[in-house]
Ligand binder design. Structure first.
Ligand code: NDP
Length: 353
């Protein structure tokens, strides 16, 4: 394994003495970040959430979400994120535009820099920066995202019942998603740029044994066709250079995910793919007061509901840690929460315990 990278230095000239100081700063506004915010806000911690470059996270790029509990008729991804935001702000979460561009976890409180220019101090940091699906980088792939192009078979596979769909990739994700898609599609075309899969043998064998799967070896996708919805793909043989078209109604991209954790390099231990390593059955990291939840630390489940679950864990971990450091009063149970007045009658401020 290579040596961990050195942390990026903070921009010079920031006035840390005048920096805004918060008990809890949450980085990211996907299901993990907003659930952490909801719990931290209900605990009276008035969390500040720095939204990041893609407010709402990956769900804002999907259409119908049918697998998040509580929405029996499904919900549009952006609407669900709006609901989560409304719920979190109802209890005192403060949302702020901007992206955390630098961190320095060598001090207490921790130092964060927003948009290269604004210093921010946090006793506890909850990192919920998520992951981004990798895409091929084709213009029409981007244009038709959510209209036949998807990077999440679990989310969108059911919309292609009895239709022909294609999936690109040769790793375990592509195999797993191709198998999942066979439940719905009439045919699943697996497109791989080489003549052998990278995936584990057991997953390959399952895919190759499926009567609904057709594997296209040595095949690159060069364009996605369709005006308002996907109608096909333009393909190229990577050996002969021969071009052809494949009519499909759905196109799934499964060429890997990139966790959005670059700003933590050198501060938090990560695996080789960049997922932050948290302590078992918790969101604690090796840095006291820094908690990580959601897809930034999970390459296995990667679902909105699991991200939300770890967001809840992070807020509870952070609250308990802050209480241990005497930054806040005792942590509150849900029962105490409901028994406590909403505000201190003397100060008008939210009550913590
Ligand atoms: P991987 O990096 O393992 O595989 C990515 C695949 O996409 C490779 O086959 C690669 O091709 C292909 N690819 C990458 N870039 C392009 C491109 N620009 N154009 C065309 N094809 C491209 O990612 P996965 O998401 O599949 O897996 C990530 C990790 O998670 C792995 O360690 C995997 O084992 C694990 N995982 C485990 C699962 C399980 O155990 N159930 C399920 C899912 C993932 P090439 O092979 O030519 O490089």
């Amino acid at each position: 394994m290579s040596a961990p990278p050195s942390p990026a230095p903070l921009p010079a000239g920031l006035d840390w003495a005048a920096a805004e100081a918060r008990a809890v700063v949450i980085i990211g506004t996907g299901p993990a970040g907003l659930t952490a915010a909801l719990y931290a806000a209900r605990a009276g911690l008035t969390p500040l959430v720095v939204q990041g470059p893609a407010p709402g996270g990956q769900l804002t790029t999907t259409t119908d979400v049918e697998n998040f509990p509580g929405y029996p008729d499904g919900v549009m991804g952006p609407d669900m994120m709006q609901d989560l935001e409304t719920q979190a702000t109802r209890f005192g979460t403060e949302l702020r535009w901007g992206t955390v561009t630098h961190v320095d976890f060598s001090h207490a409180p921790h130092r964060l820099v927003v948009d290269e220019t604004t210093p921010l101090l946090a006793q506890a940091v909850i990192a919920a920066t998520g992951a981004s699906a990798k895409y091929l980088g084709l213009d029409n792939e981007k244009r038709l995202l959510g209209r036949g192009v998807s990077a999440c078979a679990t989310c969108d596979g059911a919309f292609f019942r009895d239709e022909e769909i294609a999936i690109v990739g040769g790793g375990d994700t592509a195999m797993e998603e191709a198998l999942f898609l066979t439940r719905f599609a009439s045919t699943v075309h697996v497109l791989h740029r080489r003549d052998e899969f990278r995936a584990s043998k057991i997953m390959q064998d399952r895919v190759l044994a499926s009567p609904k799967v057709r594997v296209h070896w040595n095949t690159a996708v060069t364009d996605v066709l369709g005006e308002d919805a996907v109608t096909g793909l333009r393909l190229k043989d990577t050996v002969t250079g021969e071009a052809r078209e494949l009519p499909v109604q759905g196109f799934f991209v499964a060429i890997g995910h990139q966790p959005n954790t670059a700003i933590f390099a050198g501060w938090l231990p990560m695996d080789e793919a960049g997922y932050v390593q948290t302590h078992p059955r918790s969101t604690h990291t090796d840095v006291p007061g820094v908690f990580v939840c959601g897809d930034a630390q999970d390459h296995v489940y990667r679902q909105a509901v699991t991200a939300a679950g770890t967001g809840c864990m992070a807020a509870i971990d952070a609250e308990r840690w802050l209480a241990e450091q005497d930054v806040i009063d005792e942590t509150r149970t849900e029962t105490e929460y409901h028994a406590a007045p909403a505000e201190n009658p003397e100060t008008g401020k939210p009550v913590k315990a």
